[in-house]
Design a protein around this ligand. Structure first.
Ligand SMILES: *[C@@H]1O[C@H](CO)[C@@H](O)[C@H](O)[C@H]1NC(C)=O
Ligand SMILES: *[C@@H]1O[C@H](CO)[C@@H](O)[C@H](O)[C@H]1NC(C)=O
Ligand SMILES: *[C@@H]1O[C@H](CO)[C@@H](O)[C@H](O)[C@H]1NC(C)=O
Ligand SMILES: *[C@@H]1O[C@H](CO)[C@@H](O)[C@H](O)[C@H]1NC(C)=O
Ligand SMILES: *[C@@H]1O[C@H](CO)[C@@H](O)[C@H](O)[C@H]1NC(C)=O
Ligand SMILES: *[C@@H]1O[C@H](CO)[C@@H](O)[C@H](O)[C@H]1NC(C)=O
Ligand SMILES: *[C@@H]1O[C@H](CO)[C@@H](O)[C@H](O)[C@H]1NC(C)=O
Length: 664
């Protein structure tokens, strides 16, 4: 399995801006691969073809045309400015090697492409490595054999679920640093909290030293409110026990001379039983103000856990589906955290949703991997942005979970040329990256369009007092077209006694599925581009971008956008906003892959298809021209040689290994 992985992995040249890459085969073999071509993997949750029945359309239909009134200046109840990289990813520590790469020098190019695609739109990508498995992980500062990132010590099982102890090598942190330097990814990492009086701080020290300003913070304690029920601590384990342990941890942490920045801790990362409000009541955030960087929580709106008493799953996916396909679900979930948002603001701390997705305990079969789930995640992410969350991270759990934004293929499938599976949650992250953008200045407002109909939510995004982008969602499945609706957007105008401000035209990208059903599985399309079906993606967005220019009726001051049932329309109010949403101005980097172990040879040729189909950047980058920055000379040479100003970063399958600067 390790040998096969090398085929899909890249060696990165330490100082290179340039680049060689291997034979490209996507778009041919890869594009024709389907789930059925890899029958053995359909047992894994991540590739389960189960389809639900979409909730029936409402009667009477929500269709028709309704005015959405936007105002210049501001809307009531806008969010605080939202940081770039709002919707990121949370990668369970135990699968970090599958996702990032088995050793520090060979990083999965598919991941690099996926992170770069977000970074181009959002300015950066935010990723957390952690989860329950962070608690008793053992860090190896001298490295593991063969520069492994992670080794599962199956001889040492812990906890009621017999989780193998994770051995984490320093190469995991090197891999993260290498990813950061290539894709502007910023990280959260978990530090173990299983022995609070004498914590193992090696991973914290190495992360701070190696990741530098790309380290956003150290997550201490993962869901401590569940320590008692998970038998990670003797009962009782409530707020007082937690606070006492955290004090011990802090005492030790403050004396660690290998830690430079003390205000880096992220707490309490609670989910379910007690949390921020209870801790606030006893002054926790004042007591530890000097060491707490951010407040974080973790929660999913539903679960697929087995009930200990009945032995049954807590929720039926088909029943849950109808609940998920309404705005009410996102609003209800997020409204629970309004007091937490207010507390965080009061203490001047950012608030992170450190881990979320559709449903915990692996996700709901047929729901978590549906088109509808992606619509829900757009809605809930924008809802969190509206109420001043600083960021939210969608969890990636490996082959056994349904909700993954992206899933590497199982080893056996990898050998047969299988690529990655890019799920609906990734599309949600990509779309939210375009909506929030890279300015750090975006303000979000829930506009409750269509008379606040719960099947058709929408948000506007403001920058500098002007609406720049909007998203309009339709949760209904109705092939008859009766539930398609048209939002007639007005900016100022006679309806509010102001001069007309609607533009001459707007620009729209649609998020759709060819099956026109919220129950649909992959492939999905956004702006006519896709990552294909299961096991088909090299992480590059494929197809030619379709941004529709829609003329407005300037005499009526109305811009009409039809939202099909189901689907989402992402609206850009200016050409500049539509263009900027795709790129922060830096050169686009594409990380090539090869899909066949026998087909390996390095070549410096460039597949014209890639340049032609990579987001259609050509024209715009030429406009931006010399604003591209940060490339090495060699990269500049290559950039100039390429139509479309692509920079291809460094790829060699086998052969080149990054130089190691530290002894081990
Ligand atoms: C790192 O992984 C690659 C791919 O599996 C492998 O070819 C290489 O030998 C590994 N490096 C070390 C030092 O083992
Ligand atoms: C703004 O928020 C307040 C309090 O939640 C609410 O009562 C009011 O209706 C909101 N206004 C708008 C325009 O949404
Ligand atoms: C098992 O893992 C724990 C940490 O979870 C560690 O303290 C212990 O030394 C390990 N035992 C062995 C035999 O490696
Ligand atoms: C979010 O922050 C803005 C600006 O500080 C504030 O006006 C608004 O009330 C906050 N929203 C919530 C839900 O706390
Ligand atoms: C989905 O809708 C589109 C646009 O209306 C239509 O062209 C297509 O045939 C529909 N697909 C199915 C499977 O009904
Ligand atoms: C969508 O993409 C396909 C494949 O790249 C292309 O053939 C087609 O013309 C595109 N459609 C539009 C409307 O851009
Ligand atoms: C990349 O990883 C290697 C170790 O595998 C490390 O020596 C090197 O410093 C890393 N590069 C960056 C930019 O962090």
């Amino acid at each position: 399995m390790r040998a096969a992985l090398s085929v899909l992995s890249l060696a990165l040249l330490a100082n290179a801006g340039v680049t060689i890459y291997t034979q490209v085969t996507f778009g041919t073999g890869a594009a024709t691969a389907t789930g059925s071509a890899f029958p053995s993997v359909t047992n894994a949750a991540a590739f389960d073809p189960t389809m639900l029945i979409p909730p029936p359309p409402p009667n009477p239909a929500v269709g028709g045309a309704n005015v959405v009134q936007l105002l210049t200046g501001a809307m009531a109840n806008m969010s605080a400015p939202v940081q770039s990289g709002f919707l990121g990813f949370s990668i369970e520590l135990s699968v970090a090697d599958q996702v990032l790469g088995k050793n520090g020098s060979f990083i999965n190019p598919q991941l690099l492409n996926l992170l770069e695609t977000i970074s181009q739109r959002a300015g950066r990508c935010v990723v957390r490595i952690g989860g329950n498995t962070q608690e008793n992980a053992v860090f190896f500062p001298q490295g593991l054999p063969n520069q492994e990132t992670i080794n599962k010590d199956k001889s040492n099982l812990t906890g009621p679920t017999n989780t193998p102890t994770l051995q984490v090598g320093i190469d995991l942190i090197y891999a993260m640093a290498n990813i950061s330097s290539l894709t502007n990814t910023h990280w959260f990492i978990g530090a173990p909290f299983d022995t609070p009086a004498t914590p193992r701080l090696g991973i914290a020290e190495a992360s701070e030293r190696i990741l530098g300003d790309r380290l956003l913070g150290l997550q201490v304690g993962n869901e401590p409110d569940l320590f008692e029920s998970h038998q990670a601590r003797p009962a009782p384990y409530n707020v007082p026990q937690y606070v006492a342990e955290f004090q011990e941890f802090v005492n030790f942490f403050k004396t660690d001379s290998n830690i430079q920045t003390q205000k880096s801790l992220i707490v309490p990362n609670t989910c379910c039983i007690w949390g921020v409000s209870e801790l606030n009541e006893i002054g926790f955030f004042d007591t530890f103000n000097d060491i707490i960087k951010m407040i974080a929580i973790e929660q999913y709106p539903s679960d697929y856990c087995i009930n200990a008493e009945t032995g049954q799953r807590n929720h039926d996916p088909q029943t849950e589906f109808a609940t998920f396909m309404t705005h009410t679900n996102a609003v209800t979930f997020v409204s629970y955290y309004l007091p937490v948002s207010a507390l965080a603001a009061q203490h001047g701390k950012p608030l992170m949703m450190m881990e979320t997705n559709t449903a915990s305990c692996g996700g709901l079969p047929g729901l978590s991997d549906s088109f509808g789930a992606a619509l829900y995640l757009i809605d809930v992410a924008m809802q969190m942005a509206w109420v001043n969350f600083t960021g939210a991270l969608l969890h990636v759990g490996g082959q056994s979970t349904y909700y993954n934004p992206f899933t590497p293929p199982p080893g056996s499938v990898l050998k047969r040329g299988g690529q990655w599976t890019i799920g609906g949650p990734y599309y949600a992250a990509l779309i939210v990256a375009e909506l929030i953008g890279s300015s750090g200045n975006a303000q979000v407002v829930d506009i409750n369009p269509n008379y606040g109909n719960e099947y058709t939510p929408g948000y506007a995004v403001y920058e500098n007092g002007r609406p720049v982008r909007a998203v309009l969602i339709n949760f209904i499945t109705d092939p008859s077209g009766a539930n398609d609706y048209t939002a007639q957007i007005a900016i100022d105008g006679s309806g509010v006694g102001r001069p007309n401000q609607s533009p001459a035209q707007i620009y729209v990208r649609y998020f759709l599925t060819p099956q026109n059903s919220t129950a649909a599985k992959l492939p999905f399309y956004y702006g006519n581009q896709t990552f294909g079906n299961v096991l088909e993606s090299n992480g590059i967005f494929q197809g030619s971008l379709d941004t529709k220019a829609i003329p407005c009726d300037q005499s009526l001051n109305l811009c009409s956008v039809k939202i099909p049932a189901p689907g989402a329309a992402i609206v850009f109010f200016t050409k500049e906003a539509a263009d900027k949403s795709l790129s922060n101005g830096d050169p686009t980097t594409i990380f090539q892959t090869t899909v066949s172990s026998v087909d390996l040879h390095n070549t410096a040729t460039i597949d014209p298809k890639i340049l032609a189909t990579s987001n259609g950047y050509g024209g715009r980058h030429q406009e931006l021209g010399s604003t591209s920055s940060g490339s090495s000379n060699a990269a500049n040479r290559l950039t100039q040689a390429l139509p479309g100003f692509m920079v291809l970063v460094t790829i060699m399958a086998g052969g080149f290994v990054v130089g190691r600067s530290l002894p081990r």
